[in-house]
Design a protein around this ligand. Structure first.
Ligand SMILES: Nc1ncnc2c1ncn2[C@@H]1O[C@H](COP(=O)(O)OP(=O)(O)OP(=O)(O)O)[C@@H](O)[C@H]1O
Length: 229
């Protein structure tokens, strides 16, 4: 089905928190344009796995490739460049509350090397349009609902055209109707070609928007076949 290079591969990877092995001998790949859920009980290691993928945790055993970077050979100076190729969305919104939406996004562009003011403003307008917030530039985060704030976070994650969007419980703090809107934003982003890896406890979303699902359990990872979660 997929004849492109994977965007992400773990090959016999061991994932640790400090000295403690959380997941051992983990192997899977995600290809361009794939949508993949990551499920598992609280404490099973989903967040640890995602943190390893964006180099917040060091890959201590096995091999890993994300957006062309080898995780097992990554140097601290490479980390910002890796993170430009992946978009990251968490449950808590982490916007600057003393800056408006546009300033929040411009800050990231500046920090990632953009200098042309017109191009920066255009890019901000593009990503806000992508998440359905085309007129929100001048709003302060506290003037927005939780769902709108989360959409700004998704827009921020899209600024540098990532190959993959990694989301950790992105609907964890949102009610079902708003979670559904966020999911539609992810679907649209995915349909436009960005791969998606989303850790979630929200089985209603899995049922409504079925996709390949990986489960972490007892220190291992497995494919969930036929929606039997
Ligand atoms: N900073 C840390 N230092 C030491 N151990 C940690 C740390 N963070 C998490 N752990 C441990 O690693 C294991 C996996 O935690 P992790 O947060 O990856 O699970 P999770 O599946 O994401 O859980 P949740 O669904 O609650 O977010 C747990 O046993 C946890 O106690």
């Amino acid at each position: 089905m997929f004849n492109t290079e994977p965007v992400l591969t773990l090959d016999h990877a061991d994932i640790y928190q400090g000295p403690k092995l959380i997941l051992g001998d983990i192997s899977f790949s995600i290809h361009k344009g794939e949508f993949v859920y990551l499920i598992g009980r609280t404490g099973s290691g989903k967040t640890s796995l995602l943190k390893t993928l964006y180099a917040d945790l060091y890959l201590q055993g096995g091999k890993g490739f994300v957006a062309g970077f080898a995780l097992d050979k990554l140097k601290p100076k490479d980390v910002p460049f890796l993170r430009r190729k992946i978009g990251i969305v968490f449950q808590d919104f982490q916007l600057f509350f003393d800056r408006n939406v546009e300033e929040n996004l411009l800050f990231v562009l500046k920090a990632t090397g953009w200098t042309d003011k017109t191009k920066m403003k255009n890019r901000v307008a593009d990503v806000l349009m992508q998440v359905g917030l085309g007129t929100a530039q001048k709003k302060m985060p506290h003037q927005m609902s939780g769902g709108e704030q989360q959409r700004v976070v998704i827009a921020r994650a899209m600024l540098n055209e990532p190959q993959i969007l990694i989301a950790d419980e992105p609907t964890g703090n949102l009610d079902p109707a708003v979670s559904d809107q966020i999911m539609q934003v992810f679907q649209a982003i995915n349909n436009a070609g960005t791969a998606m890896l989303m850790a979630t406890h929200n089985y209603d979303l899995l049922k409504k928007y079925p996709a390949r699902t990986l489960r972490v359990n007892d220190g291992k990872i497995s494919e969930v076949i036929g929606g039997s979660f």
